[in-house]
Design a protein around this ligand. Structure first.
Ligand code: ADP
Ligand code: MG
Length: 411
């Protein structure tokens, strides 16, 4: 199953090419086509199963298919239980929404902050609102939001919305929504109150219920990305931003590289620290503590960090430089997906390291396709960097290629 078989528009398919997603997750592959057909959806799947995109993509596609009016009409209302989730979902809509043919307005509203800036920003209407229930009702009372045009209602983390005592507020909001609408309810668990509410509100929903048992075996998605050596830092920055990664462990080959890469990230205003054997024990402890407390987003480490380091909730490990051996590869990627969580391990591969990478994957009987990220397609090819004398006739390196190669070999 691929994203292109879900019925998504070409604009959204190309938006997804900026991400490292290979295929839709199970909940996405059921919920997205159903939602695109206008069906109600009731989906429950464990945290981390990709529920956000399961409703964000259909909502964006619906926007793309509806004309922009002045003032803007509210098409979709997304209710979430917390302020943090509000921001996260809103960012996802905005970031993928930039690929739509016309800019759409996504408004994020939550309580605990002054209402005035929110009132100002809602002038002229909005296409989508992502809200916590209480503040939404306040804004409705100020005539800043009109729910009568809503075509799609999303409840994200519906179980928590019900459990956090929002029942009364939810009831008030539902009473203001048109009866004729699409409902997309997503949840990590499926308590009886949710079942009861779904029975009341949903019309012949497509149901997806995936086990909410924690995974027992580590679930590490391994990916290999082809990128020229000289563009790895840029790609890393791109991936961190696009995927909203909050904690990334990056492996490099040398202490020097750890310092340089961490430095480059810091210059790009990403909180990064090197981690290697030349740092004092005190400094190393400090870096790990900061990493665990989310004061540091990226740790750039040598293989010193590959063994033994146990950080809960480390979703991403990146092999910026490949490990020396197949065994080191196992140790490195084993830093993610601890304690039944899922994780992703990415390896950057270039023309020079491709053969070495094949040896590692062969040892592990892995068949990892070399993927490319749009905008970072490698320019170097193996034939261009054959050692002199071994080149293919007629494919001698041009000066430009040699310069490119030299640039690519530096960090
Ligand atoms: P949930 O809401 O189910 O807890 P999220 O939607 O927050 O999960 O997604 C969890 C993580 O998985 C996010 O970092 C997201 O970018 C990533 N993700 C979403 N869809 C995919 C996919 N199809 N392939 C790989 N990663 C994905
Ligand atoms: Mg979620």
């Amino acid at each position: 199953m691929s994203f292109s078989s879900l019925g998504l528009s070409p604009a959204l398919i190309s938006a997804l090419k900026t991400r490292v997603y290979r295929a839709p997750t199970p909940i996405q592959s059921v919920a997205i086509p159903a939602a695109l057909q206008g069906r109600d959806v009731l989906g429950s799947a464990q945290t981390g199963s990709g529920k956000t995109l399961a409703f964000v993509l259909p909502v964006l596609q619906q926007l793309e298919n509806s004309p922009i009016s002045r003032p803007r009409r509210l098409h979709a209302l997304i209710l979430v239980p917390t302020r943090g989730l509000c921001a996260q979902v809103g960012e996802e809509l905005r970031s993928l929404g930039t690929h739509l043919s016309q800019p759409r307005k996504v408004s994020i509203v939550f309580g605990g902050v002054s209402i005035n800036p929110q009132l100002l920003r809602l002038r002229g209407g909005t296409d989508v609102v992502v809200a916590t229930p209480g503040r939404l009702l306040d804004l409705i009372a100020h005539n800043a939001i009109d729910l009568s045009t809503v075509a799609t209602l999303v409840l994200d983390e519906a179980d928590r919305l019900l459990e956090l005592g929002f029942a009364e507020e939810l009831g008030a909001i539902l009473a203001l929504l048109p009866r004729q609408r699409q409902n997309l309810f997503l949840s990590a668990t499926f308590p009886p109150v949710l079942e009861a509410m779904a029975r009341d509100l949903l019309h012949e929903p497509v149901r997806v219920e995936l086990s909410s048992e924690p995974l027992t075996a580590p679930d590490i998605v391994q990916r290999a990305i082809a990128v020229d050596a000289g563009r790895r830092t840029q790609l890393l920055r791109h991936l961190i931003a696009q995927n909203h990664w909050t904690r990334v462990l990056v492996f490099v080959a040398t202490k020097h590289a750890a310092e340089i890469v961490a430095d480059k990230l810091r210059k790009a205003r990403i909180n990064a620290e090197p981690f290697h054997g030349e740092l004092s024990q005190g400094k190393r402890t400090q870096v790990l503590a900061d990493f665990k407390a989310s004061r540091v987003k990226v740790v750039v480490a040598t293989d010193l960090a590959a063994r033994g380091l146990d950080i809960a909730e480390l979703p991403v490990v990146v092999n910026y430089d490949l490990p020396r051996s197949a065994l080191d590869y196992t140790h490195r990627i084993g830093r993610t997906a601890r304690a039944g969580e899922s994780g992703i391990a990415l390896s950057f591969v270039n023309a020079d390291t491709q053969a070495h990478f094949r040896l590692i994957t062969k040892r592990h009987r892995l068949n990892l396709p070399l993927e490319q990220i749009e905008g970072f397609e490698p320019l170097q090819t193996t034939s261009l960097i054959m050692p002199s004398g071994g080149g293919i006739k007629g494919k001698r390196q041009s000066k430009k290629d040699r310069l490119r190669q030299a640039a690519g070999l530096q960090h």
